[in-house]
Write a protein that binds this ligand. Structure first.
Ligand code: SF4
Length: 351
């Protein structure tokens, strides 16, 4: 294909798509006369739309769960960055029934976005760290009309087989998909100790292997800019997630939430935070080593200013996302660019 035509098509595709959607940029590869194109990374919204045929919205659900790392079972105070409200700062009170939370949140979204299908997202703290009978009640209560998936956020060491067995029945009898959102944050077990996770990498691998036996999907949460990790840890995280066959990832930066151990350390200048540019570089490196089939739920998280001392370098999450997109474009980078390490492939290339 003529180079000038290629350049023209590249700019045309790029401009149209950037205008159409800020979240994706197209790349074009030329193989002889055939032109292929694909997104730089797999976006969650596209994945859901392809899977369910329409836009799907997540409904946060807050149940009275806590965490063994907070209630004294494994430790007190939790992970050094975890605030009193956990992750669910947008949630309704956990005193409201699951049914009420679903009705209330879906009613609003239904009206505003004309949405029809939803994911019931048990978001806050460790949602499998409640007695099994209570867990069953909450899950059954969430199996409402138009709920296509139940997503359960928890710690890897709180995934017990009895809970998985129960969910297998729900998946089959209620025709609703199950997804686990596992907090890992880093694959570096020395850093896991530093942030007081209370579990190591092995517990995470164990949970993933057992969840996968039930055929449920898994989304892993990773913090890319933990100051005790270097880029080698980020590469290893992408590789471990890929080789385990995990389906989705959520990437976050390190927030300083008020009244946390991290806030105290930060105020005493004991923690040196990484820069926004370093986060962006790490995000791109992570994506390049990640299997091209994995879905990116988030490239960067968000948290309300009122609860935090510092979040995302006082920059809005979508600006950081745009910067990642732009740099990937400039570097001609894409998800899976360096995904060459499985199945003995590196060795095969040398022979
Ligand atoms: S495991 Fe999750 S809920 Fe528990 S302390 Fe850590 S961040 Fe908070």
């Amino acid at each position: 294909m003529d180079l000038a035509i290629l350049q023209f098509l590249k700019s045309l595709f790029k401009k149209t798509l950037i205008k159409f959607s800020q979240s994706v940029i197209i790349i074009i590869k030329v193989c002889g006369d055939n032109m292929e194109y694909k997104f730089r990374y797999n976006t969650y919204s596209d994945y859901l739309k392809n899977k369910y045929g329409e836009k799907i919205y997540k409904l946060p659900i807050n149940i009275p769960a806590t965490c063994p790392n907070r209630d004294g079972t494994l430790g007190y105070g939790g992970c050094i960055f975890c605030g009193e409200e956990g992750a669910g700062y947008e949630n309704l009170s956990n005193e409201c029934s699951v049914r009420y939370q679903i009705d209330s949140n879906s009613g609003y979204i239904r009206k505003k976005y004309k949405a029809e299908k939803f994911i019931a997202y048990f978001q806050n703290f460790s949602n499998t760290y409640v007695p099994l009978e209570k867990f069953k009640e909450y899950i059954i209560d969430s199996c409402q009309k138009d709920i296509v998936q139940i997503s359960i956020s928890t710690r890897p060491d709180c995934v017990k087989n009895e809970y998985l067995e129960f969910l297998k029945g729900v998946n089959k009898d209620r025709n609703v998909e199950i997804c686990f959102e596992l907090g890992l944050q880093t694959v570096n077990y020395h850093t896991l100790d530093k942030i007081n996770r209370g579990h190591g990498l092995a517990e995470f691998i164990d949970a993933v292997l057992r969840i996968k036996r039930y055929g449920f999907e898994i989304c892993v949460h990773i913090i890319l800019d933990l100051p005790w990790d270097d880029v080698r840890d980020i590469i290893e995280a992408a590789k471990i997630i890929s080789v385990l066959g995990i389906e989705q990832v959520k990437l976050h930066s390190l927030y300083i939430v008020k009244n946390t151990v991290l806030e105290k350390a930060y105020n005493k200048n004991e923690v040196e935070l990484l820069s926004k540019d370093e986060y962006i570089r790490r995000a791109i490196t992570f994506l390049e080593y990640l299997s091209p089939g994995i879905i990116i739920q988030r490239l960067i998280g968000r948290a309300p200013e009122k609860n935090t001392v510092l979040v995302n370098w006082n920059t809005s999450w979508w600006k950081i996302k745009d910067e990642i997109d732009e740099l990937m474009d400039k570097m001609e980078s894409f998800q899976g660019k360096k995904f060459n390490y499985m199945g003995g492939n590196i060795l095969a290339n040398l022979l």
